[in-house]
Design a protein around this ligand. Structure first.
Ligand code: GLN
Length: 201
Protein backbone atom coordinates (compact mmCIF):
# COMPACT_ATOMS: atom_id res chain seq x y z
CA UNK A 1 0.00 0.00 0.00
CA UNK A 2 1.39 3.42 -0.91
CA UNK A 3 1.98 5.84 1.93
CA UNK A 4 -0.16 8.98 2.00
CA UNK A 5 1.75 12.03 0.83
CA UNK A 6 1.33 15.03 3.12
CA UNK A 7 2.53 18.51 2.22
CA UNK A 8 3.67 21.11 4.72
CA UNK A 9 3.14 24.67 3.59
CA UNK A 10 6.68 26.04 3.58
CA UNK A 11 6.28 29.74 2.90
CA UNK A 12 6.72 30.96 6.49
CA UNK A 13 7.07 29.58 9.99
CA UNK A 14 7.85 26.26 11.66
CA UNK A 15 7.46 23.78 8.81
CA UNK A 16 10.63 21.61 8.82
CA UNK A 17 9.89 19.61 11.97
CA UNK A 18 6.34 18.84 10.76
CA UNK A 19 7.84 17.17 7.69
CA UNK A 20 10.01 14.96 9.94
CA UNK A 21 7.03 14.06 12.12
CA UNK A 22 4.97 12.99 9.09
CA UNK A 23 7.69 10.53 8.13
CA UNK A 24 7.95 9.23 11.72
CA UNK A 25 4.16 8.84 11.74
CA UNK A 26 4.17 6.70 8.61
CA UNK A 27 3.59 9.14 5.77
CA UNK A 28 5.66 10.76 3.05
CA UNK A 29 6.25 14.47 3.35
CA UNK A 30 6.93 17.37 1.05
CA UNK A 31 7.59 21.04 1.77
CA UNK A 32 5.16 22.99 -0.38
CA UNK A 33 6.15 26.33 -1.90
CA UNK A 34 4.37 26.25 -5.28
CA UNK A 35 0.72 25.63 -6.18
CA UNK A 36 1.71 22.93 -8.69
CA UNK A 37 2.90 20.74 -5.82
CA UNK A 38 -0.62 20.48 -4.38
CA UNK A 39 -1.70 18.15 -7.20
CA UNK A 40 0.47 15.32 -5.89
CA UNK A 41 -0.67 15.54 -2.26
CA UNK A 42 -3.24 13.68 -0.17
CA UNK A 43 -3.24 16.14 2.74
CA UNK A 44 -1.72 19.46 3.79
CA UNK A 45 -0.40 20.94 7.05
CA UNK A 46 -0.39 24.69 7.65
CA UNK A 47 2.29 25.15 10.32
CA UNK A 48 2.79 27.64 13.15
CA UNK A 49 4.43 30.96 12.44
CA UNK A 50 2.80 34.33 12.11
CA UNK A 51 -0.70 34.39 10.67
CA UNK A 52 -0.48 38.05 9.58
CA UNK A 53 2.75 37.36 7.66
CA UNK A 54 1.36 34.14 6.18
CA UNK A 55 -1.68 36.08 4.98
CA UNK A 56 0.64 38.45 3.10
CA UNK A 57 2.77 35.69 1.59
CA UNK A 58 -0.27 33.65 0.49
CA UNK A 59 -0.89 35.43 -2.75
CA UNK A 60 2.26 34.78 -4.73
CA UNK A 61 3.43 31.27 -5.64
CA UNK A 62 0.56 29.67 -3.80
CA UNK A 63 -2.63 31.50 -2.91
CA UNK A 64 -5.51 31.46 -0.50
CA UNK A 65 -7.77 30.15 -3.31
CA UNK A 66 -5.32 27.33 -4.20
CA UNK A 67 -5.57 26.06 -0.61
CA UNK A 68 -9.35 26.50 -0.55
CA UNK A 69 -9.65 24.39 -3.72
CA UNK A 70 -7.42 21.70 -2.20
CA UNK A 71 -9.42 21.69 1.06
CA UNK A 72 -12.66 20.95 -0.74
CA UNK A 73 -11.55 17.36 -1.33
CA UNK A 74 -8.55 16.76 0.91
CA UNK A 75 -7.78 17.12 4.63
CA UNK A 76 -5.96 20.16 6.01
CA UNK A 77 -4.35 20.37 9.47
CA UNK A 78 -3.62 23.84 10.84
CA UNK A 79 -1.35 24.25 13.86
CA UNK A 80 -1.15 27.49 15.85
CA UNK A 81 -0.90 30.25 13.18
CA UNK A 82 -2.06 27.58 10.71
CA UNK A 83 -5.20 27.03 12.81
CA UNK A 84 -5.85 30.78 12.83
CA UNK A 85 -5.72 30.69 9.02
CA UNK A 86 -8.04 27.72 8.57
CA UNK A 87 -10.66 28.88 11.09
CA UNK A 88 -13.62 31.23 10.56
CA UNK A 89 -13.48 34.13 12.98
CA UNK A 90 -10.47 35.98 14.34
CA UNK A 91 -10.17 39.19 16.30
CA UNK A 92 -7.64 40.66 13.86
CA UNK A 93 -8.69 42.09 10.48
CA UNK A 94 -5.16 41.69 9.06
CA UNK A 95 -5.64 37.91 8.89
CA UNK A 96 -7.49 36.50 5.90
CA UNK A 97 -9.01 33.18 6.89
CA UNK A 98 -9.97 30.08 4.92
CA UNK A 99 -13.07 29.27 6.96
CA UNK A 100 -12.58 25.49 7.00
CA UNK A 101 -13.39 25.10 10.71
CA UNK A 102 -16.18 26.97 12.48
CA UNK A 103 -14.19 28.42 15.39
CA UNK A 104 -13.66 31.91 16.77
CA UNK A 105 -10.05 32.60 17.62
CA UNK A 106 -8.20 35.25 19.62
CA UNK A 107 -4.56 35.71 18.55
CA UNK A 108 -1.77 35.84 21.17
CA UNK A 109 -4.38 35.41 23.89
CA UNK A 110 -1.95 33.95 26.45
CA UNK A 111 0.52 36.85 26.13
CA UNK A 112 3.86 37.35 24.40
CA UNK A 113 6.69 34.94 23.55
CA UNK A 114 7.89 34.82 27.17
CA UNK A 115 4.44 33.63 28.26
CA UNK A 116 4.76 30.52 26.10
CA UNK A 117 4.23 27.33 28.11
CA UNK A 118 4.03 23.55 28.08
CA UNK A 119 1.07 21.58 29.39
CA UNK A 120 0.03 17.94 29.59
CA UNK A 121 -3.26 17.52 27.75
CA UNK A 122 -5.50 14.51 27.22
CA UNK A 123 -6.34 13.37 23.68
CA UNK A 124 -9.94 12.31 23.20
CA UNK A 125 -8.93 9.57 20.73
CA UNK A 126 -6.13 8.17 22.95
CA UNK A 127 -6.65 8.92 26.62
CA UNK A 128 -4.03 6.50 27.95
CA UNK A 129 -1.03 8.83 28.14
CA UNK A 130 -1.10 12.64 28.29
CA UNK A 131 0.29 14.62 25.35
CA UNK A 132 3.08 17.11 26.07
CA UNK A 133 1.70 20.21 24.30
CA UNK A 134 3.94 23.19 23.54
CA UNK A 135 2.06 26.51 23.34
CA UNK A 136 4.07 29.33 21.70
CA UNK A 137 2.29 32.71 21.56
CA UNK A 138 -0.70 30.49 21.17
CA UNK A 139 -4.15 31.50 19.99
CA UNK A 140 -7.19 30.85 22.17
CA UNK A 141 -10.31 29.22 20.75
CA UNK A 142 -13.14 31.40 22.09
CA UNK A 143 -16.02 29.35 20.71
CA UNK A 144 -16.77 26.57 18.24
CA UNK A 145 -19.79 25.81 16.08
CA UNK A 146 -21.91 22.67 16.16
CA UNK A 147 -19.95 21.03 13.33
CA UNK A 148 -16.77 20.99 15.43
CA UNK A 149 -15.55 18.08 17.56
CA UNK A 150 -13.38 19.02 20.52
CA UNK A 151 -10.51 16.53 20.75
CA UNK A 152 -8.60 18.10 23.65
CA UNK A 153 -9.01 20.98 26.12
CA UNK A 154 -6.68 23.07 28.27
CA UNK A 155 -8.18 25.12 31.14
CA UNK A 156 -11.67 24.59 29.72
CA UNK A 157 -10.79 25.93 26.26
CA UNK A 158 -10.58 23.64 23.23
CA UNK A 159 -6.99 23.26 22.00
CA UNK A 160 -7.39 20.44 19.45
CA UNK A 161 -10.46 20.44 17.23
CA UNK A 162 -11.75 18.59 14.20
CA UNK A 163 -14.38 19.50 11.65
CA UNK A 164 -15.20 17.00 8.95
CA UNK A 165 -11.84 15.94 7.55
CA UNK A 166 -9.99 19.03 8.82
CA UNK A 167 -8.02 19.34 12.05
CA UNK A 168 -6.69 22.29 14.09
CA UNK A 169 -4.40 22.67 17.13
CA UNK A 170 -3.58 25.83 19.08
CA UNK A 171 -0.19 24.33 20.07
CA UNK A 172 2.83 22.85 18.23
CA UNK A 173 2.35 19.04 18.05
CA UNK A 174 5.53 18.71 15.98
CA UNK A 175 7.75 19.85 18.88
CA UNK A 176 7.66 16.54 20.76
CA UNK A 177 8.61 12.97 19.91
CA UNK A 178 4.99 11.89 20.30
CA UNK A 179 3.54 11.20 16.85
CA UNK A 180 -0.05 10.45 17.94
CA UNK A 181 -1.61 13.63 16.56
CA UNK A 182 0.22 13.34 13.25
CA UNK A 183 -0.85 9.68 13.06
CA UNK A 184 -4.45 10.71 13.73
CA UNK A 185 -4.28 13.19 10.83
CA UNK A 186 -2.62 10.63 8.55
CA UNK A 187 -5.40 8.15 9.38
CA UNK A 188 -8.00 10.70 8.22
CA UNK A 189 -5.96 11.37 5.07
CA UNK A 190 -5.87 7.61 4.33
CA UNK A 191 -9.62 7.27 4.86
CA UNK A 192 -10.39 10.18 2.54
CA UNK A 193 -7.95 8.83 -0.04
CA UNK A 194 -9.57 5.40 0.07
CA UNK A 195 -13.07 6.91 0.01
CA UNK A 196 -13.83 5.30 3.36
CA UNK A 197 -14.36 8.27 5.59
CA UNK A 198 -17.47 9.47 7.26
CA UNK A 199 -15.59 12.64 8.13
CA UNK A 200 -15.59 14.37 4.74
CA UNK A 201 -17.34 17.76 4.60
N1 GLN B 1 0.93 34.35 17.45
C1 GLN B 1 1.01 33.76 16.15
C2 GLN B 1 -0.06 34.32 15.22
O1 GLN B 1 -0.95 34.93 15.67
C3 GLN B 1 0.90 32.26 16.23
C4 GLN B 1 2.07 31.70 16.98
C5 GLN B 1 2.50 30.36 16.50
O2 GLN B 1 2.14 29.91 15.41
N2 GLN B 1 3.33 29.74 17.29
O3 GLN B 1 -0.01 34.10 14.05
Amino acid sequence: MTKPRIGVLGIQGAYARHAEMIVLAGGESEIVKYREQLDGLDGLILPGGESTTMTKVLGFRITHDDILDFARHKPVFGTCAGLILIACGVTDPRVRQLGLIDANISRNAYGSQKDSFVSEISLEFDRGVPFHAVFIRAPLILSVGGSVTVLSVHENAPVLIGSGMHLGATFHPELTHDTRIHRYFIQTVKEVKDGKTTRSQ
